[in-house]
Design a protein. Structure first.
Length: 147
């Protein structure tokens, strides 16, 4: 893959799935909905233990209350497995049933009347436990090659 001009990175992770969908579609077909993939680095002012407490103990429950998540996967990065992989601490997959659930801020942040307070709440907390300048978000379609 490196020969086709793309960046290649790989990580050994410990995965947890606080919200899990039931896969009922064929391998090789696009999964329903859309995925927001986030690559994260911890706020350098926090210890690893503080980072994990904020991520698992505060941010995950808040995300599950606010966002219309159908599947939510947290990957704690243990180590890079491909030389030259950028340093990251976590990879999050937020799956929603429809593309509009992610791309429409009112839907993604709890409705038209709760959107702005929830955006502020999520943003302030993300700034507390993440190095915001290093966060990368990607909107994806998921495919299961094999189950």
């Amino acid at each position: 893959m490196a020969g086709i001009g793309s960046n290649l990175a790989g990580y050994k992770v410990t995965e947890s799935t606080p919200v899990a969908y039931k896969k009922d579609w064929d391998n090789g077909k696009a999964s329903p909905g859309a995925v927001m993939l986030t690559l994260m680095r911890k706020n350098p002012s926090l210890s690893y233990e503080q980072f994990m407490k904020e991520w698992f103990g505060h941010h995950t429950p808040m995300a599950m209350r606010i966002h219309p998540l159908w599947n939510y996967i947290r990957n704690v990065v243990e180590t890079a497995v491909i030389e030259g992989s950028p340093p990251i601490d976590g990879i999050v997959e937020e799956h929603c049933r429809s593309l509009r659930d992610i791309t429409n801020p009112a839907r993604y942040f709890g409705g038209p009347f709760r959107m702005f307070p929830n955006m502020v709440r999520v943003g302030l907390h993300a700034n507390k436990f993440l190095q915001i300048s290093a966060v990368e978000n990607y909107l994806l379609t998921e495919y299961h090659i094999r189950s």
